[in-house]
Design a protein around this ligand. Structure first.
Ligand SMILES: [Zn+2]
Length: 133
């Protein structure tokens, strides 16, 4: 056996777990699953690109391979699971599964504030959906 017991535990810490929970929608919807490598260039989502550096610093996203001119990344498995659990345990307020909404002044109801969703629901729709939960 090698002296691996000397190695400090590297990787996802409590800050990373908290970040993963706070950015659950982003991690689950805007990045590929943990078993898929990706490059910054191939991310479609501007939010994903914008948060990439921070998520790497907190080990929510790992550098899995160093290529000549770019890095290959993947989402940390534990961070992914933390995000998933956070979302499952969160009471979604809207039928689309997200929880932030903005009240539309023009009487059309509420719009989901998740940037990639923006679905609009009227008050009755939300009430009916919540009654079914
Ligand atoms: Zn939504």
């Amino acid at each position: 056996m090698s002296s691996s017991s000397q190695a400090t535990e590297k990787g996802l810490g409590q800050i990373g777990i908290t970040t993963a929970r706070d950015h659950a929608d982003l991690i689950l919807e805007d990045y590929p699953d943990p078993d898929q490598q990706f490059r910054r260039l191939t991310l479609d989502s501007h939010a994903a690109k914008r948060h990439l550096r921070k998520l790497i610093e907190q080990d929510v996203i790992n550098v899995t391979e160093k290529k000549a001119d770019w890095f290959e990344y993947s989402v940390d498995e534990r961070a992914y699971n933390a995000a998933k659990t956070a979302r499952e345990n969160r009471d979604p307020l809207l039928p689309c599964g997200h929880s932030g909404m903005i009240h539309l002044r023009d009487g059309r109801g509420f719009v989901c504030s998740y940037w990639n969703c923006s679905k609009i629901f009227d008050r009755q729709e939300i009430a009916d959906w919540r009654a079914e939960q």
